[in-house]
Write a protein that binds this ligand. Structure first.
Ligand SMILES: Cc1ncc(COP(=O)(O)O)c(C=O)c1O
Length: 401
């Protein structure tokens, strides 16, 4: 069965959104989410629509019909097709993009491929994603490197403060700067161009952690590459609604030299595409279903989707801010589909408090939303998605009303 045939079957049983579909709870049936839960955390792992799950399942069935023929004769081309489709979507040349399991795997590939010299400096933000921070710390310990944190203030009232934080951090020179395109706990979108320019002027290589960006922000990754982003890693399972286990790395031609997956496999040294396409036997269904995920987002209307999420996040943040008498952690323009606000409690932040509040909201109020401890205070990060309505956020507002 070809992908197109598989897709047709999937489409028949699990529809795409109708043209100009009204966003809100009426779209919830396109997902398999529990309707009893106010799901305000699309940001962490996304949620995969039925249409995309069906495509993933068809690929899995196709694999299991003739596993050997599939892996050897069908998979390489199928991955190439899926990769090229994604490359087009993110504005990258297909030869610059490789599929990886997730952003963590992509960042590890870059950082663990570099030939480090003792004393090299890695600059990253104090709010960088833990897995990426841990990778930097691990390498620092192994190779005698220095990890320098750009101190991004929080709350953040001006995007210039983010640029200043990186300016300060790279002042003493750096081998590489890691820039979060969208910060995970802060939900803030980084003014990437200015920071990349800064790095380029100082000869600092750049890895962008774009875990949240695909689908959410318009991307022109070839252009970013030309500006000085050597590597860009992204996830497809968040705002592109692909299955879990589907991310990518875009690397410039120079950035591909000496770049290897963190897992060294059969095709070591045989080129960017071949090496990343096979890192050992795995279920490729998630990566192959990226095409269905893109069809899904395109059926919603990419621009319409993006602006609806932004608008809904803004409205939802207003509902909460007004109800609780709080101010979001950054100005409205700095957020996209997620907003981080102070949780209206006096309790100070701790790992235990974060876990307890999340569970309390889920168990007692049927609300799934992440709580973060930022600078010793508790914050809540809301996500907007087309299956949400303002009533979902009003439910959260009422908990502390
Ligand atoms: C900024 C950032 N980087 C990296 C990751 C890691 O993503 P994954 O677990 O899919 O590798 C996340 C996940 O939320 C993130 O927000």
């Amino acid at each position: 069965m070809s992908y197109d045939e598989a897709n047709m079957i999937a489409q028949r049983s699990t529809p795409l959104p109708p043209p100009n579909a009204a966003f809100g709870h009426s779209l919830r049936s396109l997902w398999t989410l529990n309707p009893a839960i106010h799901f305000l955390n699309h940001g962490s792992y996304g949620a995969t629509p039925r249409f995309v799950q069906a495509a993933q399942l068809r690929w899995r069935e196709e694999l299991e019909r003739e596993p050997v023929r599939f892996m050897g004769d069908i998979l390489p081309d199928a991955l190439r097709v899926a990769g090229a489709r994604l490359a087009r979507f993110v504005g990258a040349s297909p030869s610059r993009l490789a599929l990886v399991e997730n952003a963590t795997a992509g960042a590890n590939a870059v950082l663990r491929s570099l030939r480090w010299n003792a004393g090299d400096r890695i600059v990253l933000a104090n709010h960088a994603y833990p897995a990426v921070k841990n990778t930097a710390d691990f390498l620092a310990e192994r190779h005698g490197l220095h990890v320098v944190e750009a101190q991004v203030p929080w709350p953040l009232t001006d995007p210039a403060a983010l640029i200043d934080a990186y300016t300060d951090a790279i002042k003493g020179g750096a081998r590489i700067a890691i820039i979060d395109h969208v910060f995970s706990p802060l939900a803030v979108v980084t003014p990437l161009d200015a920071i990349v320019r800064l790095c380029r002027e100082r000869g600092v290589q750049v890895l962008v952690d774009g875990a949240h960006a695909p689908g959410l922000l318009p991307l022109s990754l070839d252009m970013l590459g030309d500006m000085g982003v050597d590597w860009y890693v992204g996830n497809c399972h968040k705002w592109l609604c692909a299955p879990k286990g589907c991310g990518f790395i875009v690397a410039t031609t120079e950035g591909q030299r000496d770049l290897h997956p963190a897992v060294i496999s059969n095709y070591f040294g045989e080129g960017f595409e071949k090496e990343f396409a096979w890192t050992g036997t795995a279920d490729p269904g998630a990566r192959l279903a990226i095409t269905a995920a893109l069809e899904f987002i395109e059926a919603l209307g990419v621009e319409r989707y993006r602006s609806a999420l932004r608008e809904q996040a803004r409205k939802a943040a207003s509902v909460l801010a007004n109800a609780w008498g709080v101010v979001p952690g950054a100005t409205a323009e700095m957020f996209a589909a997620m907003v981080t606000l102070p949780l209206p409690v006096t309790e100070s932040g701790s790992k235990e408090a974060v876990a307890r509040w999340r569970l309390k909201l889920l168990k007692e109020h049927n609300i799934e939303v992440p709580i973060h401890n930022i600078g010793g205070r508790l914050w809540v990060r809301i996500s907007a998605q087309v299956y949400n309505e303002l009533s979902d956020y009003e439910a959260l507002a009422r908990v502390f009303g």
